[in-house]
Design a protein around this ligand. Structure first.
Ligand code: FE2
Ligand code: FE2
Length: 418
């Protein structure tokens, strides 16, 4: 992997925003549509460039703290807190994080002027989210505009700021706005019209975004809280011991953080099922590396990561899934993540079995090596260095558990309040 590693931030955020919708079973493209409405409105109101950029990034991730598996009824307060906890590790998302925290607040509850960037930004995202939620997907869009405006005007009294409402009314007169909004090409429209100025991010920044998505994937189920952390730590250790360069090891860690991204499409009732999965259920599970591939593949500059992340269930003899790659297609990075994924999964408790011990896992993995499923060299490397690798993994996983406690606590705190 060459030094000048650069990834397009807009395409990264656009793609990842789609996985936010998948986790929450929102309508497809809800984050994209909210971002489109908010962007158009923010520009129409002549806000400054930095504010527009923050509004755009916040809307693309505004549902990031939502968790349908925890709460059947939406609790915006705890959703906002969790969203902010998630994104605050990425320096560039700190300001957008505040909008994510407060966008649901009604105008009358803001005790500050709308000259303040956070206030106007949050109100814009409020409106954008609201508008997309009331659009019917089954009715011709222009036939809905009057009803949408009527619904909005009901929020005039204290829920939405007048400047924001009026601005929206003005942009809504252009048919093009509505056609763009519901277009299948919305992803490209936003990619070409991105307000993000410093659009290329380096490996460091990509890595912090990988950490953020790792939590979104893993916190989906109580059985996987530290799974990705473990796979990523184990992959980095194996990469190091194998002699990869520092930069390759870092990329490997990022790829591992994204490896189960596609799991957001697998329902929790399948992920957490007690007992063996049926054939049909396993077929659903098989789709997850495919979606990991789909989401990452549309991001500019991520080629290497896409393969390393999406091939973790491939096997050297071609019997893996879903691509049925063979040894020749599986380079060292893909092999390392596959081995790490098996190792970590066996170390973890599942809904249908307890954790397995070292010897048991070693036997299973050695056999897999002998049967030409996974790379024997890596299995040997892993068990030869078992103690230092296990120690490194534990340290990383404990950190993740702390984060998870914060995430849960915010929910409990809010639940007690009502
Ligand atoms: Fe997986
Ligand atoms: Fe995994």
């Amino acid at each position: 992997m060459k030094e000048g590693f650069k990834v397009n931030l807009t395409s990264l955020l656009l793609s990842l925003s789609e996985s936010v919708d998948m986790v929450n079973q929102n309508s497809p493209q809800h984050q994209l549509r909210t971002a489109f409405i908010a962007l158009k409105l923010a520009r129409h109101l002549n806000l400054d460039e930095v504010t527009i950029e923050n509004i755009f990034m916040a809307s693309l991730l505004h549902d990031i703290g939502k968790n349908n598996n925890f709460e059947k009824k939406i609790n915006y307060e705890s959703q906002g807190i969790r969203g902010q906890i998630f994104v605050q590790g990425v320096p560039r998302l700190r300001e957008p994080g505040k909008i994510i925290r407060y966008y649901f607040l009604e105008w009358k509850d803001w005790k500050e002027s709308d000259d303040r960037s956070l206030v106007i930004s949050s109100q814009i995202v409020f409106l954008a989210n609201f508008v997309d939620m009331i659009i019917s997907r089954d009715r011709y869009i222009l036939h809905q505009v009057d009803d949408i405006l009527k619904e909005l005007m009901r929020l005039e009294d204290g829920v939405l700021n007048n400047k924001v409402l009026l601005g929206f009314k003005e942009i809504s007169t252009r048919e093009e706005f509505w056609f763009d909004l519901i277009s299948n090409g919305l992803y490209s429209i936003l990619l070409n019209d991105s307000p993000i100025k410093k659009n290329k991010i380096d490996l460091e920044e990509l890595s912090s975004i990988g950490e953020l998505f790792k939590s979104i994937i893993d916190f989906k189920s109580k059985y996987t809280i530290t799974h990705t952390t473990g796979v990523s730590a184990c992959s980095e250790m194996l990469g190091n011991l194998f002699g990869l360069t520092e930069i390759e090891v870092k990329i490997l860690g990022v790829a591992a953080n994204f490896h189960d991204l596609g799991k957001v499409v697998v329902p929790n009732k399948v992920l957490e099922k007690k007992g063996k999965l049926t054939k049909e259920e396993f077929e659903v599970v098989k789709s997850h590396p495919y979606y990991t591939y789909q989401v990452l593949n549309s991001i500019d500059g991520l080629k290497q990561i896409v393969h390393w992340a999406s091939y973790h269930h491939e096997r050297l003899d071609g019997s893996g899934y879903p691509f049925h790659c063979r040894a020749k297609d599986l380079d060292i990075g893909s092999r390392i993540i596959a081995v790490s994924d098996i190792f970590i999964s066996k170390m973890e408790k599942r809904s249908y079995r307890d954790e397995m011990d070292k010897d048991e896992i070693f036997e299973i993995m050695k056999k897999m090596g002998r049967n030409n499923l996974i790379d024997t060299k890596l299995v040997d490397l892993l068990f030869y260095n078992f103690d230092i690798i296990e120690n490194f993994i534990k340290i990383k996983q404990e950190k993740t558990l702390d984060c998870y406690k914060n995430y849960i606590n915010c929910k409990e705190k809010e639940m007690n309040k009502d």
